[in-house]
Design a protein around this ligand. Structure first.
Ligand code: NA7
Length: 546
């Protein structure tokens, strides 16, 4: 999942994977593992190896970062993938060459490639977003962004400040509060967080998952909107009495899970403002009950709609009952500047710190695409193409960028990421395979006894493969009409969502100067997969294959 760049030369053969680092997953020091997020352990893995699914161990409802990394390493070893991966190698530029129908790909290590297909897996959330705060470079203490956490950071007995309280900030605060000398959360907008429900899994639970794994994956992919393995509710908030509603919220609070709380309780929390208020008020009551100091509680009470990525935690609000944990509301006292010693707020207080943590999120979804010079037909970059916000066909393809495919590109499904990744890998593989098969049918049969390959692989660092060309490389390109049509579909699918009315990375409004744009298909994973099937069954409608 952290493989950042795939440069594919053909499906099933000669896939070269570029990866800028051996361990891009955030690494907090061993004693302060981040509380996991929303994907439960049994789905935080690949579905296509049933034997491994049934036998690979996981002991808690959510896995921690070292366990996720260990799992990925295990899969890479088990399926002999290391030989195809170039570590410490980042993509620096790529150009489509119309006359040869090839991509030229440049990398940070100086190894360049010429490929038939360019498949990107750059990450929805990987380009770090640093806030535009005066004096940020003047700070002399230790400074970290949670999206690039180095191994071995020691926070024990230090004065730590953290800017940001989204999904990551909430996790970090919960994880480190007990160890640090002093912790100050510099909070702009308070968010809603519910318990995660982390804990050990029983043998019965694991046996149940194992016995039903194939059906579970089928339901996740083809019978659900969010792909989290939830029993997504079909019940409107006001279809039950206030007492029943309270009991339903209370049960979800006790069970735990952010997406579970939002989508397993009622079906209209993300759509209907009154319903949203009911859920929001329940969580606010919990915050008031949990946080003893009412001034701290006031600062922690959200003031916006409950309509950002739903958060969960392993005791976030409880941390503010510790003497060593404080909160600065940036609505009350905005940051004036970052100084060499710490953070100065508008009340004149200089909060002196040993460590300053930026949990300020990411230039999400298209951020990694627009910072790179990926040039399609006529040398146009993706950045040029996306001046008014990112547009794609089905989240995988962009017109004028032939034979380039994106895994989790803009306007892919808004859902759990592992099944979204698998869906994209499946559809891209099918599309290329189908186009290659059509191409093969069109060419003459090759002469016998040649060491035939579909292409000649050109790689400056490796010996070139022997072989000859057999036929023309198919050129697969989304049409401009299909791209516009899909953008409209995504626009309409999110029109009624309250998520669209809050400022967050989901609509690109967390980064200064970035266009507020539709970045996801909000119609649900199973509906999305139905659309893909429909496209495939109708001759890959919306693609030109030449
Ligand atoms: P998020 O969810 O984008 O959160 C970023 C946080 O940083 C959020 O609390 C922001 O406050 C805060 N922020 C950003 N800029 C500033 C400035 N200039 N001053 C103060 N505070 C600021 O990123 P995460 O890493 O937590 O999570 C991203 C996703 O990764 C998450 O949804 C998971 O899917 C995994 P704001 O709310 O904008 O006022």
């Amino acid at each position: 999942m952290q493989l950042v760049m795939w440069v594919a030369h053909g499906i099933g053969t000669n896939i070269q994977v570029l990866c800028p680092s051996k361990s891009r997953l955030p690494v907090i020091s061993p004693q302060t593992q981040l509380t996991p997020r929303s994907t439960e352990s049994y789905l935080y893995r690949y579905s296509w190896d049933p034997e491994d699914l049934n036998s690979y161990p996981w002991d808690t409802h959510y896995v921690y970062q070292p366990q996720v990394l260990a799992y990925l390493q295990h899969v890479a070893k088990r399926h002999d993938l290391y030989k195809d991966i170039y570590f410490e190698t980042a993509l620096t530029g790529a150009q489509w060459n119309e006359s040869s129908s090839r991509w030229s790909v440049q990398t940070s290590s100086g190894v360049n490639f010429t490929t038939r297909y360019l498949i990107t897996s750059l990450g929805l959330l990987s380009k770090q977003n640093f806030p535009d705060i005066a004096g940020i470079d003047s700070y002399k203490g230790e400074k970290y962004h949670t999206g690039a956490w180095p191994a071995g950071v020691e926070l024990k007995d230090k004065r730590v400040g953290i800017i940001g309280n989204g999904s990551t900030g909430v996790q970090v605060i919960t994880a480190i509060a007990k160890d640090v000398k002093r912790l100050v959360s510099f909070q702009r907008n308070p968010q809603f967080s519910v318990p995660s429900g982390q804990g050990p899994v029983s043998k019965e639970y694991r046996d149940h998952i194992n016995a039903n794994y194939q059906q579970i994956w089928k339901d996740v992919k083809d019978n659900s909107a969010f792909g989290f393995g939830l029993d997504e509710s079909t019940r409107p908030t006001f279809s039950v009495s206030p007492e029943e509603r309270e009991a339903i919220f209370e049960k979800a609070w006790k069970t735990g899970g952010g997406f579970r709380f939002m989508f397993e309780t009622f079906n209209d929390i993300a759509e209907d403002e009154d319903a949203n208020n009911e859920a929001a008020n329940f969580i606010k009551r919990k915050i008031r009950e949990t946080v003893h100091d009412q001034e701290k509680a006031r600062k922690l009470l959200p003031t916006q709609l409950y309509a950002r990525r739903p958060l969960c935690d392993a005791g976030y609000y409880e941390q503010f009952n510790r003497e060593n944990v404080d909160i600065v509301s940036l609505h009350d006292t905005p940051i004036e500047r970052i100084t060499p010693k710490g953070v100065r707020t508008s009340d004149g207080v200089e909060h002196e710190l040993d460590v300053l943590i930026f949990a300020t999120g990411f230039d999400a979804v298209d951020g990694n695409y627009t910072r790179l010079a990926i040039q399609g037909i006529s040398g146009q970059t993706l950045k040029d193409h996306w001046t008014h916000g990112p547009t794609t066909y089905l989240g995988i393809s962009v017109s004028k960028f032939p034979n380039m495919f994106m895994i989790c590109g803009p306007n892919g499904p808004f859902c759990n990421i592992p099944p979204a990744i698998e869906t994209h890998v499946e559809v891209i593989s099918d599309l290329i395979r189908s186009a290659e098969e059509q191409g093969q049918q069109r060419i003459e049969k090759p002469p016998a006894n040649t060491n035939l390959r579909h292409d000649s692989f050109v790689n400056d660092a490796l010996p070139s493969f022997s072989g000859t060309l057999s036929g023309k490389t198919p050129v697969i390109e989304a049409t401009a009409e299909a791209e516009q049509g899909w953008t409209k579909v995504c626009d309409e699918a999110s029109a009624s969502s309250l998520f669209r009315r809050t400022d967050s990375w989901i609509f690109g409004s967390n980064v200064k100067g970035k266009a507020h744009a539709v970045m996801f298909y909000f119609g649900g994973l199973s509906a999305y997969r139905k659309q893909l099937r429909d496209v495939a069954e109708n001759g890959w409608r919306g693609f030109k294959i030449r």
